[in-house]
Design a protein around this ligand. Sequence first.
Ligand SMILES: [Mn+2]
Length: 319
Amino acid sequence: MSIKLVKNRSDIGAGTRGADLGIDAIEIAAINKGSEYFNNFPFLDVETHNESIYDKERNSFAKRIGHVLQQCRRVGSAVQETFSELQFPLVLSGDHSSALGTISGIKAAFPDKTLGVIWIDAHADLHSPYTSPSGNIHGMPLAAALANDNIDCQVNPVEGETLRFWDELKTIGTDQAKLRPEHLIYFGVRDTEDAEDMLIQKAGIKNYRVEEVRFRGLENCVEECLAKLADCDMLYVSFDVDSMDCDLISYGTGTPVSKGFDQYEVMAIIEQLIYSRKVVCFEVVEVNPLLDNKGNRMAEIAFEVLEYLTPHIQNVLPA
Ligand SMILES: [Mn+2]
């Protein structure tokens, strides 16, 4: 078994343009470092719908939802196809709405296996069109994966096409929820809205905050996280670069937040997860070089993380 890169240069789930350039920024960081990384792995380019940012008719509660749905289906098919070739999908995406596609692809490939998700992010990404203040779907992938509308916190009227597309988003690749709340664990979430906080509390979703990880020790927290996911047959690790501290690292991401992890903490968390031997897919998202205040720094750090973790993934792949 070997790694295959799935490149999904889509940013239509974000509110700010430029995350579609994140993958190329990471590749340029690799080239400038003299690395052959991107020459060493087979890859698949997922077709995109970035032209849909020009659509005048957009639903304000779930912007470009028809095209995001189609993009998630494409990512899901790419991930499922990668598994069918007995390869490990290492997904590089623009905005984080992609993760619903990735999760759908994993569940379509392994419908009878129980999935655990480790979400390393400053944000909970738990909004639905009913609760979202922005209508940007990169804040909604986990609500769709959990098939939870959080209707108790409804503020937006959702109807017609938006309702139909949202229902379709929740059922890509499967006819039911792809993920159970007890099988979702956050690392580094620190910028949420009330509706998300209420759902996190009600569903009992664990969030390892940056302070907790530092105070209790990173290894202890990851070990406990893996114990909580003991029922899961397979794990998906989703790394949003905004989980890192924007003041320390860079503002090169759509929704930067301070007081996050540094890259070494992220590398150590994911490395320990990999050695559970249950990680079947890893994804890196939300590098936006147009917003970078330090040249191409965010992409350089994202590549540092990728380059460090890849041999560890290879170490645990079946021969
Ligand atoms: Mn995110």
